[in-house]
Design a protein around this ligand. Structure first.
Ligand code: GRF
Length: 197
């Protein structure tokens, strides 16, 4: 699992995995920075962590290569990006199936300020999306979405917190189903029941 911040989505997956019938568990947590709550949550749960900073590498490509190698050490069936604030490169994406969670109904409001942008636009309904990661910014195939109503008086924080409540449930549901049901990914097609990648 890849995180850059508070890691409440990570916590939801850690909690879900406490129940063996969930069928998936978090084998490692990687971050692009130190000192974040997400890493602390992983440590508390006894899950191995690693940090790979872009700034520690001469190029973005070298970082991508190093990150792919760090992830590979843990042999995950699936990589989950939740609040990971870096664009993944071709090494990581070529080697792993990566799903990301985004706090808007894609393709509306991609990017790092999805909640702010939705509010500024004046939408009455926004939501969250779990999607496969491709080389673009929040452009990969959508797996699941859920709407969240914008309430009068909402600001970025209140709306984001309400979206995150729904987002955590959606992510836990999708990741559990992907692993339990052995989803495979071919190009833009996600199919069920054909064995693990
Ligand atoms: C989530 O809303 C995610 O979609 C967005 O950042 C937030 C991360 O929250 N990109 P957390 O770190 O899981 O608490």
């Amino acid at each position: 699992m890849l995180v850059s911040g508070s890691g409440t989505n990570l916590q939801a997956l850690l909690d879900a995995a406490d129940d063996e019938s969930y069928g998936a568990r978090v084998v490692a947590v990687g971050a692009d920075r130190d000192g974040i709550a997400g890493l602390e949550r992983a440590r508390r749960a006894g899950v191995p962590t690693f940090v790979e900073r872009v700034g520690d590498h001469p190029t973005r490509e070298a970082w991508d290569e190093a990150l792919a190698a760090r992830i590979a050490e843990h042999e995950p069936d699936l990589v989950v990006s939740a609040g990971f604030m870096k664009i993944l490169g071709p090494r990581v994406l070529g080697k792993f199936t990566v799903v990301n969670t985004h706090p808007a109904l894609l393709p509306a409001f991609p990017g790092a300020h999805a909640v702010r942008d939705a509010l500024a636009y004046g939408v009455r309904v926004t939501g969250c999306t779990v999607h496969l990661v491709d080389a673009g910014v929040d452009t990969g195939p959508v797996i699941a979405q859920e709407p969240v109503r914008v309430e009068p008086g909402d600001d970025e924080h209140s709306l984001h917190e309400r979206i995150k409540t729904v987002e955590r449930r959606l992510l836990v549901d999708v990741v559990g189903r992907m692993v339990r049901e052995g989803w495979t990914v071919t190009g833009r097609i996600v199919s069920i029941g054909a064995g693990r990648r």
